[in-house]
Design a protein around this ligand. Structure first.
Ligand code: KIV
Length: 274
């Protein structure tokens, strides 16, 4: 008789309790099998809308739809059992009103089985974060460099390089924390500002290109695996899978072509018999 012990998923309160404690480890994931490999080592997995670029070759995240997020979110939930799974709300699915955000977040949670959603934006998203979290939807916020605002920001630019910009970003962090977000991603943020915010707010900060001064770190999986053609400068590659894939494809092609001659002979021989 085999006994299968079901592993309990990490919960939102467990992530919150890590504030100022052991750093929170996170990666993005978009598909079941890779998620299964990394599940034992991370605290949460983010099904990020970066999948638009990584999986679909889009130029930015603006074309990502709720249906895409749901398909990939469900795959990651199916492939994992331990990590908390957070799914990104794509551009256009939450900005209009808290009610619309709630409806779309409910769809994402019901149809994927994920635990929480993430949305971009600072103080302006306060009322939406409050509305969702008061109605049973855990929200991870995302401030600093927010890729869904790329057209307004004029590209992907590190935020908080000059001290004059800090007050607004600090206020963003404070408002979302007081509105009920359970954690916040700080993306592309100058180290002194990320350190200051991490010390000021009561929820965990998760950095990406925002220094080690945060309560946790997240990386795009394909970037750290060496699978991205142009990874951001701050990314350390922990593997070189791009080169490994090209090498395997080359070895396979060589093997198949090495057998091509006898296979052609066989066809020819059959034709001759005909
Ligand atoms: O979409 C994404 O992958 C993200 C991370 C970069 C934090 O939002």
């Amino acid at each position: 008789m085999s006994v299968h012990t079901k592993i309990k998923r990490i919960t939102v309160p467990e992530i919150m309790a890590r504030k100022g404690n052991t750093p929170i480890v996170s990666l993005t994931a978009y598909h079941a099998h890779t998620a299964r490999y990394i599940d034992p080592y991370v605290d949460f997995l983010l099904v990020g809308d970066s999948l638009g670029m990584v999986m679909y070759g889009m130029e930015n995240t603006l074309g990502v739809t709720i249906d895409m997020m749901i398909a990939h979110g469900a795959a990651v939930v199916r492939g994992t059992e331990r990590a908390l799974v957070v799914v990104d709300m794509p551009f256009g699915s939450y900005e209009e009103s808290p009610e619309i955000a709630f409806r779309n977040a409910c769809r994402i949670i019901k149809e994927t089985g994920c635990t929480a959603v993430k949305l971009e934006g600072g103080a302006r998203m306060g009322p939406t974060i409050k509305y969702l979290s008061e109605r049973g939807i855990p929200v991870m916020a995302h401030i600093g460099l927010t890729p869904q605002s790329t057209n307004v920001m004029g590209g992907f630019k590190t935020q908080g390089r000059v001290e004059e910009d800090w007050a607004e970003i600090e206020n963003d962090a404070l408002v979302i924390s007081e509105s009920g977000a359970f954690a916040v991603v700080l993306e592309g943020m100058a180290e002194p500002l990320a350190a200051k915010i991490s010390g000021q707010i009561s929820i965990p900060t998760i950095g990406i290109g925002a220094s080690a001064a945060c309560d946790g770190q997240i990386l795009v999986l394909e970037d750290m695996l060496g699978l991205s053609p142009k990874p951001p400068k701050f990314v350390k590659e922990f593997a070189t899978l791009g080169a490994a894939i090209a090498g395997a494809a080359e070895a396979y092609a060589d093997e198949v072509r090495g057998r091509a001659f006898p296979a052609k002979e066989h066809t020819y021989a059959m034709k001759k018999v005909d």
